[in-house]
Write a protein that binds this ligand. Structure first.
Ligand code: NAD
Length: 358
């Protein structure tokens, strides 16, 4: 199995397969790193072509969470769970089984919603474990809005670097994807005086946003070529690639979409074209930050105002862009180095809050 090489190279702490054949459950839970604290990261429910692909996805995503937590300066590490969607599954039993598994980790792992997992699913898991985020207003609140607030901070940091002035007033911003996060990004942009262009493949999403805000709508394939200051990708990953890079007519790329660079080379190509790029896992960490400071299970609730903590993304992104310029390195590479510097401590392999179990 070729991923054993990946497991050793990136120092994964623990990889578990959770099966319950009665429920048709095959899930993979990965704890990549707990150097800074418990391994946080959502649970994803989706179809995979085979078990190996599910394992590969969990490995990649959990490591991404370690970097995201470290770059955000949070005392937590990275983990991820993926559930293979199967025909004829007993979804409730599958989720409860997984909940029990998470509970037995006694807080080393803390999970929540990711792709394909609903709040109802989370409620089933919560019958078996404390270590799952409660997204109600009394719990961690609206995480998409928190992500958008972080994107807004990131856009301002990029504007400051590019123009020496971080105001959005009169700037033109194009937003790809106006779903949960993109809608709020448009709101922040419009309310702060920007001229906004949007695209989406879903007519309902366009309709909702265009009804609420004065925006220009373009076809999905036209968004890359919009002449303006900022392109904000808030839809899917992999869209910055050799095909789209020559089309960009913007100075800045700053949005929420995960894994937005198709390859590392595409990050270098953007840099060579002089387009400032705010690294995805840094600019989109607002949800993680809000979750961390509002969840009750660890002793961090109310330790900091999540809003204030999300504002810290501004100086982090400015520093990354500054270092990128000084060292002539693409920002995505600078971000990795920055996150790795935060991880230069001994691994712990322990539970973090024995004293606080309720
Ligand atoms: P969402 O599904 O609510 O919204 C995505 C929108 O993009 C949808 O309206 C969809 O129709 C549209 N879309 C898909 N493909 C498109 C295309 N080719 N062109 C134009 N529009 C397209 O998702 P979301 O929660 O808003 O997340 C958006 C991105 O941000 C995702 O990549 C997600 O992984 C990332 N992200 C989200 C959060 C969060 O808090 N929700 C946190 C971190 C990162």
């Amino acid at each position: 199995m070729e991923y054993f090489d990946t497991i050793k190279r990136h120092d994964y702490e623990q990889i578990s397969i959770i099966q319950n054949q009665k429920a048709k459950l095959f899930a993979v839970d990965v704890i990549h790193d707990t150097t800074r604290g418990p391994a946080v990261g959502g649970t994803r429910f989706m179809k995979y072509p085979n078990e190996e692909e599910a394992i590969r996805d969990a490995l990649k995503l959990s490591r991404g969470m370690t970097y995201k937590s470290a770059a955000a300066g949070l005392d937590c590490g990275g983990g991820k769970t993926v559930i293979m969607e199967m025909d004829g599954m007993d979804r409730t039993l599958a989720l409860k089984t997984l909940g029990r598994y998470i509970e037995h980790l006694q807080g080393r792992r803390y999970t929540g919603r990711d792709l394909g997992v609903s709040t109802e699913d989370i409620d089933f898991m919560r019958t078996e474990t404390r270590w799952v985020a409660d997204e109600t207003p009394a719990g961690v609140g609206d995480l998409s809005e928190a992500t958008a607030f972080g994107v807004y901070q990131g856009i301002k940091a990029c504007l400051a670097e590019a123009y020496g002035n971080d105001s959005l007033k009169g700037r033109s911003i194009s937003v790809q994807g106006v779903g949960e996060v993109g809608y709020w990004v448009v709101k922040y942009a419009v309310e702060n005086g920007a001229k906004v262009t949007i695209s989406d493949i879903h007519p309902k999403a366009i309709e909702k946003t265009a009804k609420a805000f004065p925006v220009t709508v373009v076809k999905p394939e036209e968004i890359y070529g919009v002449n303006g200051d900022v392109f904000s990708p808030c839809a899917i990953g992999g869209i910055i690639c050799s095909e789209t890079i020559p089309k960009f007519r913007c100075r800045i790329i700053a949005g929420s979409a995960n894994n937005v660079l198709a390859t590392e080379e595409d990050g270098i190509a953007l840099f060579q074209r002089g387009i400032l790029y705010a690294p995805d896992y840094v600019i989109n960490s607002g949800a993680l930050i809000q979750w961390w400071y509002r969840q009750k299970t660890y002793e961090v609730k109310n330790k900091r105002d999540p809003r204030e903590a999300i504002c810290d993304l501004y100086p982090v992104i400015r520093n990354i862009l500054k270092e990128s310029k000084e060292k002539k390195l693409a920002p995505a590479m600078v971000a990795d180095r920055y996150a790795e510097r935060q991880l230069k401590k001994e691994k712990t392999y322990v539970d973090f809050n024995w004293g606080n179990l309720k």
